[in-house]
Ligand binder design. Structure first.
Ligand code: FAD
Length: 553
């Protein structure tokens, strides 16, 4: 096998294949792509994934208060303000290390969200260690009408995990024990505050993995993942948490501990109550325990990044991947050239991009299987078909785990690069693939026509990336600052556009504060009415994460 640069092969007329290794196969001397080029030596390896501990994004006092910025919000005066009696109560339940009270600097990382877009004014963070403590705290808050915000890793992107006014923050940092793991069934039971990556590392040693993965894995909690019904990078393969979560332990606002921590895969005895809490974003109760079905860790993983000339060909590559890779396809992600530009400008992990030329679009394809030889053969056939049909122009295949992590870091680094660019307006929508990228272009044109898009203008860039395999676009608009003029140009336009194309205004990030008032674009009046009835029934005092999730009217 030899590396022949700039070779044109018979399979694809006029296609310059800079990065492929070509060799003779079979006894007829036919030229075949043996594999993509190895990474160049100059490409640094990266750490696994984009670890984003909240501390790295230490919020500053420059972030303005949500209540000042969004003047339509008014504090609900039915809620009590924190008193010394309340503080004495919390101190009787939790040790000093489990409480932060009236210290602005210490409270700051809990009051400000990851994007530094929302900032609350909470005076108290409670960090219980046990379910019983959560129950005692919630019971007290409910009886005294003290509003609360459940908080996990605070990596949410819709302002759901931080207070709007002076709500008490109940953070799950200290609820971090793995309770049990069944190595035969693959069922894991743990506290809600366990960090996703910690769980994944624990399982890896036992031959299993978490069924979800996201760029925030180094900080987000499994309880937060369940509360937001997080999707992430491998939903395509392992499905949503509505399928993999087997049971939950939840503390209701009145302090009742709902023990639904089953590890059974089949249980048809009544309403499936846990489903209500998956994606409820802290509005119905606090999740304290999770049991989840974990898949076996694949023996063979391959990752390729490909350069593509048109969005039509991104779709063609996806269809080809389903045909050729079917059951071993585990991720199909995409980003546009503007995303790459941003990634290079804010190169967080020092990664050099492995493709020499620029392309309008890039896709990352991951396959995970149990037999390396079979998988390599399938990947080979897949890549050959892409090249034969001139669907991709260039690409690389990772040769080891370090290179796999490096290729993934290109995709996972985009949200962080956006946040480094200044203020970022994030939209997370589900739309049919046929109009997927049209959304990005329409917004770009709209901002251009309004004269606000450009290097020295209010809006710096409009980028698109996301989970092609799930029809989930992340539209990010980077700006100098959060400005009402920009907001008014984007909203509700982006939601109307989504509704017109039969999409969802929240594919995976949830509603939080950002989208509560736009719910009507994705849910009918009767659906919203039922949601309100459920909320009223479980949380009659409305103390759980107020002002969010459901529209005010
Ligand atoms: C770099 C980056 C990449 C991301 N990638 C993805 C992605 O690919 N897919 C995706 O879906 N999301 C993604 N996110 C968003 C975010 O990471 C997820 O929403 C995650 O599930 C939030 O978990 P958390 O523990 O940080 O929750 P938080 O941000 O603390 O809270 C989120 C919401 O859940 C509620 N909540 C938290 N814990 C509990 C609990 N124990 N009980 C009840 N309610 C609770 C909060 O009140 C809030 O409404 C990303 C975020 C970042 C910063």
């Amino acid at each position: 096998m030899s590396y022949i640069p700039n070779l044109r092969i018979g399979l694809t007329r006029n296609t310059l294949l800079k990065n492929f290794i070509i060799g003779n196969v079979g006894n007829v001397g036919r030229k075949r792509i043996i594999s993509f080029r190895y990474f160049a030596n100059s490409i640094e390896s990266s750490t696994s994934g984009a670890e984003i501990p909240a501390k790295k994004h230490a919020p500053t006092k420059e972030v303005s208060f949500t209540a000042d910025k969004y003047t339509y919000l008014h504090r609900n005066h039915n809620f009590k303000e924190l008193t010394q009696d309340d503080i004495r109560f919390f101190a009787s339940i939790l040790p000093a290390s489990g409480l932060i009270i009236d210290n602005e600097d210490d409270l700051m990382p809990y009051n400000v969200d990851w994007m530094r877009k929302y900032r609350g004014k909470s005076r108290l963070v409670a960090r219980p260690k046990t379910t019983k403590q959560v129950s005692q705290i919630l019971k007290y808050c409910n009886e005294n009408k003290l509003a609360v915000v459940p908080q996990g890793g605070n990596t949410g992107l819709v302002g759901g995990g931080v207070p709007v006014f002076d709500e008490i923050i109940i953070n799950t940092n200290n609820l971090n024990q793995i309770r049990s793991f069944d190595p035969v069934a693959g069922t894991l039971t743990c506290d809600a505050g366990c960090i996703l990556e910690v769980l994944d590392n624990y399982l890896a040693k036992r031959g299993y993995m978490m069924p979800l993965d996201l760029g925030a894995k180094g900080s987000c909690h499994i309880g937060g993942n369940v509360a937001t019904n997080a999707g992430g990078l491998r939903l395509l393969r392992y499905g949503s948490l509505h399928g993999s979560v087997l049971g939950l332990e939840v503390v209701l606002p009145d302090g009742t501990i709902l023990d639904n921590l089953s590890t059974l895969r089949k249980d048809n005895t009544g309403y499936d109550i846990k489903q209500l809490f998956i994606g409820s974003e802290g509005t119905l109760g606090i999740i304290t325990g999770v049991s989840i079905l974990t898949p076996s860790k694949p023996k063979a993983v391959n990752v390729a990044v490909l350069g593509v000339n048109s969005f039509q060909n991104v779709q063609n590559a996806f269809v080809t991947s389903k045909n050729k890779l079917s059951e071993i396809l585990s991720a199909f992600e995409f980003w546009d050239s503007n995303s790459l530009k941003l990634l290079k400008a804010h190169n967080i992990q020092g990664t050099k991009f492995p493709l020499e030329d620029n392309y309008p679009f890039y896709v990352l394809v991951e396959i995970s299987g149990s037999n390396k030889d079979h998988d390599d053969e399938k990947l080979q056939n897949f890549l050959e078909e892409l090249l034969t049909n001139e669907i991709v122009k260039d690409g690389v295949v990772a040769q080891d785990d370090t290179q796999i992590a490096t290729l993934w870091s290109l995709r996972e680094g985009i949200p962080e690069a956006c946040s480094k660019a200044g203020a970022v307006y994030k939209y997370d929508i589900s739309i049919p693939l046929s109009v997927f990228y049209q959304m990005v272009e329409d917004i770009r044109n709209r901002l251009q026509s309004a004269g606000v898009l450009g290097e020295d203008k209010l809006v710096k860039d409009v980028i698109g990336y996301g989970h092609i395999g799930d029809g989930n676009l992340h539209l990010n608009i980077t700006a100098k600052s959060y400005d009402p003029e920009i907001t008014n140009l984007i909203e509700p336009y982006v939601y109307e556009w989504t509704e017109q194309h039969n999409g969802s205004i929240s594919a995976e990030h949830g509603l939080g504060l950002m989208k509560a008032n736009y719910l009507r674009y994705s849910k009918s009046p009767s659906m919203i009415s039922i949601m309100k009835q459920i909320k009223q029934n479980i949380d009659p005092n409305g103390i759980m994460n107020p002002y969010k999730f459901l529209p005010a009217q």
